[in-house]
Design a binder for this molecule. Structure first.
Ligand SMILES: [Cu+2]
Length: 265
C-alpha cells in the first residue's frame, strides 16, 4: 500500500513536470456555440496557450478537418484559409474555416492537425480536436463517439454546461476507455477576435500550483467542476495509438472544447 502510494506520487510529479512545458491547446473556435439560424458559421483553428494568453504555434496544413451531423461526414478542408494569428508575444500561421448549418441538431467538428515539432521537448505533438456546436436547441448525437484514434466523449452536454456544475467525459483510445490518463484543463481567458486575428484582450490566467490536471479512473472517466463561464478545453495527453513521427516521439492527444454558461435568475 505504502509502496503503491509512493510510486503513484512519484508518477504524478514526473507527469506534472512533463506537462508544465506543455499546455498547448489546438483550438477550433467560433464565438457562438448554440446557434439559432441556418447558414455559414465562421471558424478559426489556432494552436495556442489559451489560458496564459501565451505564445502561438505555427500550424501546418491540417491532415483532416470535417463535420459530422447525424453520422454524415462533410469535408471542411476546402474552407481552410491560412491566416496569421497575433498572440501577445508572437505570431504564427493559423487557419480560418467555416461550416454550413442546415438542419437542427449537433454538429461535431473534428480537426486532425499536422504533427507539430516542439523544439524544447524534441517531440512532435498532434492534438486530435473536437468541438460540438448545436443548432436550434435540438440535441442529437453529442454523446456518441466518432471513431477517432483517440477522443474525449462527453458524458454531459458539452454546449450547455453551467457554471457551478460538473462536466464529465470518457477518454477513448481506439474506441476503448483509457484509464489513468492525464487530462490538462484550460480556460480560454481571451477569446480570439474573428476579424483582427488576435486575442480580444490581454487577460492572463495563472492557477496557483500550475496547470489544472485531472486523471481518468479505471473506466476512463473524469469530472471537472466548472468555475467560470466561457470555453474550457480538455486535453488527454499522449493517449493516442501513434507514438512516433519522423523518427521522433509523438504525443498524440485528444482535445475537447466545451462552453459553459451562467444560469441567470
Ligand atoms: Cu507551445
Amino acid at each position: 500500500m505504502l509502496r503503491k502510494s509512493i510510486f503513484a506520487a512519484a508518477m504524478v510529479s514526473v507527469l506534472s513536470m512533463a506537462q508544465q512545458a506543455n499546455a498547448h491547446f489546438q483550438l477550433i473556435y467560433t464565438p457562438e456555440i448554440n446557434i439559432k439560424k441556418a447558414g455559414e458559421v465562421p471558424l478559426k483553428l489556432v494552436f495556442w496557450h489559451p489560458m496564459s494568453n501565451g505564445h502561438t504555434m505555427a500550424m501546418g496544413e491540417p491532415v483532416e478537418f470535417y463535420s459530422v451531423f447525424k453520422g454524415k461526414k462533410t469535408d471542411l478542408k476546402p474552407t481552410l484559409n491560412p491566416i496569421t494569428f497575433k498572440g501577445l508575444s508572437n505570431e504564427a500561421t493559423a487557419y480560418d474555416a467555416s461550416v454550413t448549418l442546415k438542419r437542427n441538431g449537433d454538429y461535431a467538428l473534428v480537426a486532425v492537425p499536422a504533427p507539430y515539432y516542439e523544439e524544447s521537448e524534441d517531440i512532435y505533438i498532434q492534438q486530435i480536436t473536437k468541438v460540438i456546436i448545436n443548432k436550434g436547441d435540438v440535441p442529437t448525437n453529442w454523446s456518441e463517439p466518432l471513431g477517432l484514434k483517440t477522443e474525449i466523449v462527453p458524458l454531459s452536454k458539452p454546449y450547455g454546461a453551467l457554471v457551478g456544475s460538473t462536466f464529465s467525459g470518457v477518454v477513448l483510445k481506439n474506441g476503448q476507455p483509457a484509464p489513468g490518463v492525464e487530462i490538462e484543463i484550460e480556460h480560454m481567458i481571451a477569446e480570439p477576435d474573428m476579424n483582427a486575428n488576435k486575442p480580444q484582450n490581454a487577460k492572463v490566467s495563472e492557477v496557483p500550483g500550475g496547470a489544472i490536471v485531472a486523471l481518468t479512473d479505471a473506466q476512463g472517466k473524469f469530472s471537472f467542476g466548472i468555475p467560470k463561464a466561457g470555453y474550457w478545453g480538455f486535453a488527454a495527453l499522449g493517449v493516442g495509438p501513434d507514438s512516433e513521427f519522423n523518427a521522433k516521439e509523438l504525443s498524440q492527444d485528444a482535445v475537447l472544447w466545451i462552453k459553459a454558461h451562467t444560469l441567470e435568475d
